[in-house]
Structures are given as structure tokens and as C-alpha cells.
Ligand binder design. Structure first.
Ligand code: PEP
Ligand code: MG
Length: 752
């Protein structure tokens, strides 16, 4: 059952023409359930009806013609109730509506199941049979499971169809909705980067130039065969002859008489080379997967492996052919630090990531680079828009495809307005960060995630409040050596002489992966991340601390920050290792090195409740509101599906932050905030009201936050705070702060 289900969903996902996909779907379901009729109706919210889109069993002439109102008949009832309806004698049911065009008089049993995506009914899937009977539990659960899996595929089907019909001359316009990732508006040409050359990530599409596609395919096959020859030669001395025979099998499979012919045929039928390869490889691999014989089953893996190699070579050729435009909108399934580094900074205008959410590291990187980003563009095969003109609206989370001239002009006006506002913030960046009533704030910058690309000017800042050391690790193909790290850290420490530079030890795991240190986990954000990983690998931790200490010689502005601390024992162990590194470096250099100040990130809720003990052990703490929000609310910061639940303005998060501020004050324990909340105008106002005085943020936000803090009276904020803390939802909190800002004339220009 499970494999049947998977196959049906995959087939629908791969068919770019919606009507074909649905026609295939109903036939597959009818066969799988051995029933007499299967139909699918899709909702049209403008017309307020369900349209019969495909059926195997009802009158074919009714397809695309018969519509049933949202409140009509059994189909409407399934939609209204949002649950399956299973009837032995459908005609006897009071909600049954006679629709002569569909010719269903001979069917009695009816099972209808809603197709729901993100709480919205997209359609209804039905099966029918002549006998009077209730469909059994297996049939019902099959249909329910299928409908749930189909929902996200169908949600994008129309967009997919539009895309597949587009060609170089026929440009589609459209509007995609995602989540705001980094503020700002940009225009440019889509440049699609595919991370792993993965078949799953390839959405099938047609081509109108089969000769060109065929030439691509032949070229990729030629390169792949040459690779096999090289591999076979290299392995000749190491593998027994029967194992080496696999390379001959691969050669043969690629030959015209085998998979090759089939792929050529698909290309001749109008599929592009990648799509033809995917369709054939998956078809054959599945055939092998279903075989009883375990030896033959394994051949499915061979075919996939072979296909993967050809695919890599096809994509490499494509990549080489694509000339980078001067206004790149980087589009990827999951934007990574390495992808960002592939594009010269001056060409990079914006980011669109299909995965991820507002506090994914990709979005944080975009904010660090001061470029707009839209995240979580719901599984759309944006790859098909390679080279198209886009507008990215990072304020609203919108992506506009090939917009018309009037829309471009309007967005250009907004871009100019933005630039003028930013210029006004920058006019005051050299002035003190001090409120109207004289309260002083320290404003520091977060850096590191994209350090080679960042252009932070540190002159008007109070130091580096969070240097994320991950980037140099992610950008390499192995762990950086102690010398490499020392040189890099030295540069950072020198960039802010006489001001604190808070360097965080390696925080990989979660959504930050090292290409050479694979961590496969079901729950990466709750897994081997940050200090947990480095304490398990003291050699990595010690080398990093030693490099920091060496870099700090004669500068003495280094502070060390420990990420993801959830237990005091981790603090003790880290301090022991830091002490050891200090001792070693002192010994090697024959200088008595003092231990730098050490702090702990407050980002895992457990440690919030151990602040007094923590204050005894370390010198300061820094609140990471990104993770603290994720862990307090149990919402993955990277998952667009639950992005609506992720909000650092949730009253529970605010109350936790307030308690922390008060406790830290009582303990005289220095506390700062380095999460993204400090860069949010509404957030920083509330944090200031709670008593926080040290903030660290992306350099692109610093001028704005300083401008804001210079215009407030703490006493006013202190009146606002209790109202906000009493709010029942994040939405109400934002409304309160918004109203406060609106009432203050001097803050009118702020686009919070
Ligand atoms: C945080 O969690 O708030 C933080 C600053 O660290 P990161 O975003 O790198 O996890
Ligand atoms: Mg964190």
C-alpha cells in the first residue's frame, strides 16, 4: 500500500500538465483500490464552486464542465465538513444532488475525502461503486493519506503548469508568496543554484529544442563513461574482477540499446534532457525496487547511482553555460553560505529560498549583507524561472515574476524611498547611542556568518557583540588549521581595537552543516549542535580556543562565548578546556596569558533557570533570542510550515526576557541581547524598557536602531511595558507597539 501511495503521489508531482496529472491520478487510484470510479474536483474560490477536473468512471464529457457549488451536494458537504464522508447509498442522503451530466445513477457507494493544504480546502477526491456498501477502513485510510500527500503537490500544480508552458519567448508573470526574510526591495534576474544534484529537486519540464537537449545528453554520457573508465582503472588493483564488472554494466546501461534509447525517445517526445533522464531512471529503478529477488532489487540502486552521475554532468554543463547577470537574485532550495560566496557581492541583489524561515541562518546572512530575502516560497519549482526578471519584496515576503512596467516603476519608487530613509539614519550614526533622557546603550555588531562578504564599518559601534565562527569552517573542505584560524581571528580582533570582540565557539549543527562533517539527524535543532558537538571533539574546541588566544596577543579585546549551553556541566568542561588551552599557549610562548572573559549564550530555556549558578562561573551572558524563541515555543526556526507560530514577540518569550533582565540585574551579571530581536525596532524598545542596555545586531540595522533609541524617553517605554506583558498574543503586542510608534511624531518615518 505504502509504495503504491508513494508512486501515485510521485507521478502526480512529476507531470507538469495539471490535467494530465489528475487524469493519471484518478486511474491509478481506481486501480489501486479496485473500485469502479474515482474523480477529483478542485475548488475555485472566485466562483465558489468545485470543478470536476478528472474522472475515471463518470461521463468524460462532464470533465471541466460540471461545477458543484461550495454548499451543494455531497461534494460541497465534504468541503464544508473538512472530513471524509463514507456512504453506502449516496442517493438516499439528503445532501445528494442529482447532476445528470456526470451519469452516476448506477453508483451507490460513495467515499469523498477533502484535499486540504494549510487549512484550506483545495478539492475533493471521491471513489464510487455500484454495490451498496460502506468503504472499509483500509480504503478510507488510503484515500485520506493520499489526499493529505497530494495537497502540497496540488497547491503548486497551477504554478507548475504555468511554468512548464513558459519558454524563452513566452514569459510568465505571476506572484509568489513566501515569508519576509530580510527587509528591502530588489529587482534582478533569477539565478538558480541547485545544491546537491538531486533527482528529487528536479522538476520535469519540456523543451522545444530536442536536438540541443540530445546533444547535452550525449555529452553528459560521454563524460560519465570516461569517469567510469578512470574509476575502473583506479580500482583495478583493489577490487576483484567480478566487482569490477559493475563498470561494464554501467557502460552497457548507458548504451543506446538500453536506458539510452529510452531517454533519447523521451527527449524526442519533447522532454528536456534532465527530465527525460529523471523519468527513465525512476521508472526503471522502481521496477527493480519491486522485485522479490534481493540481488535484482539492488540493481535499482545501481541505476539511481548511474543516473545521478549523468545528472551531475548534465547540470555541470548547464552551470558552465549560464552567464551570471549583473543583478543576481539568488534562488535556491535552501540558500547556504557557500552559495552566497559563489556570487560576487556587488552582483547579489536579493535571495529567494524555497526552504527556511525568518530566523534561518540564510535569512540572517541576508540581513548581514543588507540584501532583501524571501524565505519559504512553498515548494515551488522556481528552477524553471532561470534568468527571469523578478522583484523581491523582503518586507512583505513577495516575489513577482516578470512584472509589468507599471509595477516595476512603483517598486523603483519604493527602493528610492528606502534609500532616502536609510541615508537619514546614517546621518546620525556617529552620534552617541543615548536616549532623550540620557540612558546610554552599547550597540555592537553581529558578524561572521558571511564575513568575507560583509562590509561592516565598525567605527561607530561599541565592538563586536557576536562573531559567529562558523563561516570559515563552512567555507572549507576540511577543518581550518590553528594557523588559519589564528590569522582570521586576528583580523577580526584588529578590526575593533580597544573594543570588546565576543567570539563564539563553533556552533554547527541545526541548519548549519559542515560539508566535510556529515551529521544526519532526525531532529537537528535538538541534536548534536554547538557546544555539544565541540565538547565531544575537544581537539576541535581546543584548536579553536588556542587560535583565539594567539590572535588576542597584545590586543586583549577577546571575549569567548559558548553556544547552546543547556547544562552547567558543559560550562565547567568548557572552562576546563579553555584553561588548558591558556596554559598550553602560555607555555609555548613563554608569556603568562590571562584567561579572557568567558560568557554563555542564553538560548536554551533550561539555563535561564540556573542564572545564579551561571553568574558564579562565567563573566557575562548574551541572550540568543532566535533560539530561545524556537525552544520556548517549540517551533523550528527553519520550518516555513510553522513560521506563523514563531514570534519572538510572543508574550511568553517577552515575559521570559523580562525575568532574565531582572534576575541578571539582581545578580549584577552583565547581560546583552544578540538575537535578531535586538535589531527589530519594536523588539529593541521593549528590551530597553525591560532594562537591557547592551545590544548586538547586524551592522545594516545599527544606524536605524541608534536613530530610534535616540528619540525615546525610557519613562514612556516603562509605561508601555506592563501593557505589552499583559497581552495575550504576539499580534496584540505588535499592535500595542505600533500604536505607540504612531503616536510619536518623531518616529513617523520608521518602517518597523
Ligand atoms: C540566537 O540563537 O539568537 C543567536 C544569536 O545565535 P544563532 O542565530 O547563530 O543561532
Ligand atoms: Mg543560537
Amino acid at each position: 500500500m505504502l509504495s503504491q501511495l508513494r508512486r501515485i503521489v510521485q507521478d502526480v508531482a512529476q507531470e507538469p500538465v495539471l490535467n494530465n496529472a489528475l487524469a493519471g491520478l484518478v486511474t491509478s487510484i481506481k486501480q489501486a483500490l479496485e473500485t469502479e470510479c474515482c474523480s477529483v474536483y478542485l475548488a475555485d474560490y472566485e466562483q465558489q464552486h468545485f470543478m470536476l477536473m478528472a474522472s475515471d468512471g463518470l461521463n468524460p464529457d462532464a470533465i471541466g464542465q460540471v461545477a458543484i457549488g461550495f454548499s451543494e451536494g455531497l461534494i460541497g458537504w465534504v468541503g464544508q465538513r473538512e472530513e471524509p464522508i463514507n456512504l453506502a447509498k449516496a442517493q438516499l442522503h439528503p445532501r445528494f444532488k442529482v447532476t445528470p451530466e456526470v451519469s452516476e445513477d448506477h453508483f451507490s457507494a460513495f467515499l469523498g475525502c477533502p484535499i486540504i493544504h494549510h487549512r484550506k480546502v483545495l478539492g475533493v477526491l471521491t471513489i464510487q461503486q455500484a454495490v451498496d456498501r460502506i468503504f472499509n477502513e483500509d480504503e478510507e485510510s488510503f484515500l485520506v493519506t493520499l489526499a493529505a500527500q497530494l495537497a502540497s503537490v496540488l497547491a503548486n500544480a497551477e504554478m507548475r503548469q504555468a511554468a512548464s508552458e513558459s519558454s524563452a519567448t513566452q514569459i510568465q508573470t505571476g506572484h509568489l508568496k513566501g515569508l519576509p526574510g530580510a527587509p528591502g526591495i530588489a529587482m534582478g534576474h533569477a539565478h538558480i543554484l541547485e545544491p546537491a544534484n538531486d533527482f528529487n529537486a528536479i522538476s520535469v519540464k519540456r523543451s522545444d529544442n530536442p536536438d540541443k537537449e540530445l546533444a547535452h545528453f550525449y555529452r553528459a554520457v560521454k563524460i560519465t563513461k570516461a569517469e567510469f573508465n578512470r574509476l575502473a582503472e583506479r580500482m583495478a588493483g583493489h577490487l576483484p574482477p567480478d566487482a569490477l564488472a559493475i563498470f561494464d554494466v554501467y557502460h552497457q546501461l548507458l548504451d543506446a540499446a538500453s536506458l539510452g534509447t529510452e531517454i533519447e525517445q523521451q527527449i524526442a517526445d519533447g522532454w528536456c534532457a534532465k527530465s527525460a533522464l529523471k523519468r527513465v531512471v525512476e521508472k526503471f529503478a522502481r521496477k527493480f525496487d519491486d522485485m522479490d529477488d534481493s540481488y535484482l532489487r539492488e540493481r535499482g540502486t545501481d541505476i539511481r547511482d548511474l543516473g545521478q552521475r549523468v545528472l551531475n554532468n548534465l547540470l555541470d554543463t548547464e552551470k558552465r553555460k549560464i552567464k551570471l547577470p549583473d543583478d543576481v537574485i539568488l534562488v535556491a532550495d535552501n540558500v547556504t553560505a557557500t552559495m552566497l560566496a559563489e556570487i560576487p557581492r556587488e552582483k547579489l541583489m536579493a535571495i529567494v529560498s524555497l526552504k527556511g524561515s525568518v530566523n534561518s541562518h540564510a535569512a540572517i546572512m541576508a540581513r548581514a549583507l543588507d540584501i532583501p530575502a524571501v524565505m519559504g516560497v512553498d515548494e515551488l519549482p522556481l528552477r524553471q524561472w532561470q534568468g527571469q526578471y523578478l522583484i523581491v519584496d523582503g518586507y512583505q515576503g513577495n516575489v513577482l515574476l516578470s512584472p509589468v512596467a507599471a509595477i516595476c516603476a512603483e517598486y523603483r519608487r519604493l527602493i528610492n524611498e528606502d534609500a532616502a530613509i536609510n541615508a537619514r539614519y546614517l546621518e546620525e550614526v556617529h552620534l552617541p547611542s543615548q536616549s532623550l533622557c540620557g540612558v546610554k546603550f552599547d550597540l555592537m555588531v553581529n558578524s561572521g556568518l558571511a564575513v568575507e562578504l560583509e562590509t561592516a564599518d565598525l567605527e561607530h559601534t561599541d565592538g563586536v557583540g557576536l562573531y559567529r565562527t562558523e563561516f570559515p569552517f563552512i567555507m572549507r573542505s576540511r577543518f581550518p588549521t590553528e594557523q588559519e584560524q589564528t590569522a582570521l581571528y586576528r583580523k577580526i580582533l584588529e578590526s575593533s581595537p580597544n573594543k570588546p570582540v565576543i567570539m563564539r565557539t563553533l556552533d554547527v549543527g541545526g541548519d548549519k552543516a559542515l560539508p566535510y562533517f556529515n551529521i544526519e539527524e532526525e531532529n537537528p535543532f535538538l541534536g548534536w549542535r554547538g557546544i555539544r558537538l565541540t565538547l565531544d571533539h575537544p581537539e576541535i574546541f581546543l584548536v579553536q580556543i588556542r587560535a583565539m588566544l594567539r590572535a588576542n596577543l597584545a590586543l586583549d579585546n577577546l571575549h569567548i562565548l559558548l553556544p547552546m549551553i543547556s547544562d552547567l556541566a558543559e560550562v565547567d568542561e568548557s572552562l576546563r578546556l579553555i584553561k588548558q588551552a591558556c596554559f598550553e599557549v602560555s607555555d609555548e610562548l613563554s608569556i603568562a596569558l590571562p584567561r579572557p572573559k568567558v560568557g554563555v549564550m542564553i538560548e536554551v530555556p533550561s539555563i535561564m533557570y540556573q542564572l545564579p549558578e551561571l553568574a558564579q562561573k562565567v563573566d557575562f551572558c548574551s541572550v540568543g533570542t532566535n533560539d530561545l524563541t524556537q525552544y520556548l515555543l517549540a517551533v523550528d526556526r527553519n520550518n516555513p510550515r510553522v513560521a506563523g507560530l514563531y514570534d519572538a514577540m510572543h508574550p511568553a518569550v517577552l515575559r521570559a526576557l523580562y525575568t532574565l533582565a531582572q534576575q541578571a540585574k539582581g545578580l549584577q551579571f552583565p547581560i546583552s541581547v544578540c538575537g535578531e530581536l535586538a535589531a527589530d525596532p519594536a523588539g529593541v524598545l521593549l528590551l530597553a524598557a525591560m532594562g537591557y542596555r547592551y545590544f548586538s545586531m547586524n551592522s545594516s540595522n545599527l544606524a536605524k536602531i541608534k536613530w530610534l533609541l535616540r528619540r525615546i524617553e525610557l519613562s514612556e517605554l516603562e509605561l508601555l511595558l506592563p501593557e505589552v506583558l499583559a497581552c495575550s498574543s504576539a499580534k496584540l503586542v505588535r499592535l500595542h507597539v505600533q500604536r505607540f510608534l504612531e503616536q510619536k511624531q518623531s518616529l513617523n518615518q520608521l518602517r518597523a
